[in-house]
Design a protein around this ligand. Structure first.
Ligand SMILES: [Mn+2]
Length: 434
C-alpha cells in the first residue's frame, strides 16, 4: 500500500487555517492538503476564483489506512478535524502540529505551538528561515490569513512575530487590494433580500456546453456587496456561470457582475469587453444608458462563441523571442539580456530548444572566470514549455508548483513566444511587473 502524508486543519476553515495548510505544502512537499467540507464563505469565495491553483482533497477522497504522517495546522483538537477519527487510535502514525491555540488533545510527535496571533505567522517564519520561495499569490493568501486572525494586527492577541511575518509577506508583494477585498464580508439584510428575490426568478440554460444563469434584478439606491450576493447565487443555483445585471433606473445605469467556475469562460475578459474588468473567475462592469436586456444579449453573444471569451496563453505571451546559442559566454548573455531588460532566455541549438537561462543561473556564478564559460555549463536542461492554447490558470499552476519564472510557448516544435510570472501576475491581478 502506498504510504501517505496529509495536511489538514479545523472545520469551518478560515483564512488562517487555509493559508496554514497551503504554507505547510511548501514545508512538506510530499504531503497532500486535505480540507474539511465546511469552509467559511469568504475562503470558499477565494477558492472559487483560484481553485485550479490548489490540488486539494477532502477527507473522504483519502485512504486513511495509508496515512503514515499527519500534519495538523491551526488546531490541536481531534473533534475539530473532519473525518480523521480513526487516526486517533493509530499508534503507527507520526503527528506534526503547527498551532497557536492553548494545548488540546492531539498528542504530537513534533510540535510548534506558540501563542502568536495567527498560525500562519509560525509557518511563514519557518519558510523565511528556510529561504523557501513564496509566490505573490501565496504571500497574498498568507497575509489575508494573518490579518483575519489578528484583526489587521489590532487584536490584543497579536504579537511582534505577527507583525514581522506581515512585513515579510508585504516584502514579497502580497497584494493588499486583494487581501482587503476578501476580508470585508459584510452580508446583511439587504443582500439577503436581494438574493432571495433573485432566486425566486432564477432560470438556467446551457450555452456552449456550460450551465449558465442570467438574472436581471432592479435595485434602488446603492447596494454593497453585490459581488458576494452573486457568489452565493452561483453556488445555490449550482451553475458554472452566473451573471447578475442590476439596473438602477433612477440613475440610468446598470451594474453587471459575473462569476465563472469554468476554465473556458473567462469573466475578466467578458467584463473587459463591457468596459469593466476582473479576474478569470470574477468580474464586473458598470454601464450607462444601456438597457439590461441589451447587456444580456451582448454577453450571450460573447459566450455563444462569435468571439473568444477566454484568454489563452497565446494572448499573453511576448514575442518574438530572442534565443541564444549554447556556446556564447555567460558575460555576453548577461549584457544582452540587460540591454533588453529580460531576466531569462531560451537556449537553442540547431532549431531545437535545449535549455533555459534565468536569473538564478547567473547567481550560481562564484568566480570571475566563470563569466567566460559557455552558457551551456549553467543553463537548466529540463525545460518546461506550454502550448499557446493553454489557459492562464494552467500556466500559473506550472509556474507556482515548479517555481519557475519563464515558460517558453511552443507550437509544432517551434518556440513562438515566452510567458513570464510577471505576465501572469499582471493578467490575474493587474499588478505592475516585478
Ligand atoms: Mn488561527
Amino acid at each position: 500500500m502506498k504510504k501517505m502524508e496529509i495536511i489538514t486543519t479545523h472545520k469551518n476553515t478560515d483564512f488562517d487555517a487555509f493559508a496554514s495548510v497551503i504554507a505547510a505544502t511548501l514545508l512538506y512537499p510530499d504531503a497532500v492538503p486535505v480540507l474539511p467540507k465546511s469552509i467559511n464563505p469568504n475562503v470558499k469565495y477565494f477558492l472559487g476564483i483560484h481553485k485550479n491553483l490548489f490540488d486539494i482533497k477532502q477527507s473522504d477522497q483519502i485512504d486513511l489506512d495509508a496515512v503514515k504522517k499527519l500534519i495538523v495546522v491551526d488546531t490541536n483538537n481531534w473533534r475539530r478535524l473532519e473525518g480523521m477519527g480513526q487516526l486517533k487510535e493509530r499508534k503507527d502514525i507520526e503527528i506534526i502540529l503547527w498551532d497557536h491555540h492553548r494545548p488540546g488533545d492531539i498528542e504530537a510527535d513534533w510540535k510548534r505551538q506558540e501563542p502568536v496571533g495567527a498560525a500562519i505567522t509560525l509557518l511563514a517564519g519557518e519558510l523565511k528561515k528556510r529561504k523557501i520561495h513564496i509566490s505573490t499569490i501565496f504571500s497574498t493568501l498568507f497575509l489575508t490569513g494573518l490579518y483575519e486572525d489578528t484583526g489587521n494586527l489590532s487584536f490584543p492577541s497579536s504579537q511582534p512575530e505577527d507583525a514581522y511575518a506581515a512585513g515579510y509577506l508585504m516584502s514579497l508583494k502580497a497584494d493588499l487590494r486583494i487581501v482587503t477585498s476578501f476580508l470585508k464580508a459584510d452580508y446583511g439584510e439587504i443582500q439577503k433580500k436581494t438574493l432571495f428575490e433573485m432566486l425566486n426568478t432564477a432560470k438556467t440554460e446551457i450555452i456552449e456546453g456550460h450551465t449558465v444563469s442570467f438574472n436581471i434584478m432592479p435595485i434602488k439606491g446603492h447596494v454593497e456587496m453585490l459581488s458576494l450576493v452573486m457568489h452565493k447565487y452561483r453556488e445555490i443555483m449550482n451553475v458554472e456561470v452566473a451573471i447578475g445585471i442590476f439596473p438602477r433606473y433612477e440613475k440610468n445605469r446598470c451594474m453587471v457582475i459575473g462569476r465563472s467556475g469554468s476554465d473556458r469562460v473567462d469573466m475578466g475578459t467578458i467584463m473587459q469587453r463591457l468596459g469593466g474588468g476582473g479576474h478569470p473567475g470574477a468580474g464586473s462592469a458598470m454601464l450607462k444608458s444601456v438597457d439590461p436586456e441589451t447587456i444580456e444579449k451582448l454577453i450571450r453573444a460573447m459566450m455563444e462563441g462569435n468571439r473568444q471569451t477566454s484568454v489563452r496563453i497565446g494572448d499573453l505571451m511576448s514575442f518574438p523571442v530572442d534565443t541564444f546559442d549554447p556556446g556564447i559566454k555567460m558575460e555576453e548573455l548577461r549584457s544582452s539580456l540587460r540591454k533588453k531588460g529580460f531576466k531569462g532566455a531560451p537556449i537553442m541549438e540547431e532549431g531545437r530548444l535545449i535549455g533555459m537561462i534565468t536569473r538564478s543561473d547567473f547567481k550560481k556564478i562564484r568566480k570571475k572566470s566563470q563569466w567566460e564559460s559557455p552558457v551551456k555549463a549553467f543553463m537548466k536542461r529540463e525545460v518546461i514549455t506550454v502550448d499557446p492554447g493553454m489557459s492562464p490558470i494552467q500556466a500559473a499552476r506550472q509556474i507556482i508548483t515548479k517555481n519557475i519564472g519563464h515558460l517558453p510557448v511552443v507550437e509544432n516544435g517551434e518556440i513562438i513566444g515566452i510567458v513570464t510570472r510577471s505576465d501572469l501576475m499582471v493578467y490575474f491581478y493587474d499588478l505592475l511587473p516585478e
